[in-house]
Design a protein around this ligand. Sequence first.
Ligand code: PMP
Length: 434
Amino acid sequence: MTIDWVQVDRQHVWHPFTQEKTAPLPVEIRSAQGAWLYAQDGRRFLDLVSSWWVNLHGHAHPTIAEAIAKQAHTLEQVMFAGFTHQPAVELAYELVQRLPAGLTRVFYSDNGSTAIEVALKIALQYWRNQGQHRKRFAVFDGSYHGDTVGAMSVGQGSQFFTHYQALLFHVDVLPYPLTWDNDPHIEQKEAVALQAFDAYLQRYAHEIAGVLIEPLVQGASGMRMCRPQFLQGLSQRAKAAGVLLLFDEVMTGFGRTGQWFASHTAKVTPDIICLSKGITAGFLPLSVTVCSEQVYQAFLGESFDRAFVHGHSFTANPLGCAAAIASLQVFKAENTLAKLPQIERWHRQYLEPLLHHAKVEQVRVCGTIAAFNVKASETGYASSVGERFKAFFMKHGVLLRPLGNTVYLLPPYCITEEELALGYQVIEKALNDL
Ligand code: PMP
């Protein structure tokens, strides 16, 4: 007897971000290869969102699959307090080689949200350990940093969390100079945002534990992009005021913006950086919060009281670390970074005809990420445009999940020109038919 797993799913499984009463049945994926997902019923889907932005080199990449299997036969897990292991140490070393100079201390956790929680706790305690009780965090309009309580608190710029407001701590939300291609007002928007930051620093500098931002691209609130110039202005001011700068590179890390990290693309080095998603090329949950030596040193002392009291059962899981090391090997073997500018060129080439489409506005590209807004009476996350387009894309064999009225592509790096062209064909059809 063959089991209908989707029916069993309906009885026992609760899916994320889903209204289970009205959502269509979930699609059972049996296998995946390269940029394609293969469903149980024979359909296939071109994964143009890298499965929630985690996949880098394509699905089921053999180098990474083998590295995980090998590690599983040797050491699957060991607690990480009082013990260490080569995969964690080697990965930390390899990450530090690739991160901007000065980010030297790697703290492991399991997902993007926990990487943020860790960063917030480190920033707060960094000041306390020096006798300063700073507890203000500044974030930006439209920022999203995850779904745990601390991450939701600093994500109040995104306005996703109204139900949970009672649980959230106060943060200061500052203006974000959102931009797109050929935006005539960007300099003015940046000047306004930096002036607001100046005024904020002037008033509160000695109370601020940290300033947190998704550099270059705010993901979940709609692939909202800013220019490197803004981040440079922000960083200069934060440094001059002695305020910690925290980068959430959970989405933008590992090549997404064209270089190893958005920090490189923007030429800005934060004090603390959070990485997850692409770290294992989408194979296993893992994250890191990497700090400058100065931040780390503030935790050293004779008493346990100064130590960072945080950890998870699976901190630095060896399988995740092995997957991440293998992913870095794939970057080298396949010369992946050198291929990324080609993806950006393809995006620009295929977006060209859409630039003057009556329904399209705010076209923007940053490295491998491309996005535009569909002109609609309702905008933002609640816009029905997203649901209608998503259903249309799925019907045409393409996995694209608009964020409200923002259609975006964030393909795995193994994508070919033909595959990307197919995605854009379906997008154009959606724009014309819907
Ligand atoms: N930060 C950013 C920028 C993200 O895009 C996300 C996830 N979309 C997170 C944090 C949270 O990561 P996770 O879903 O792994 O908890």
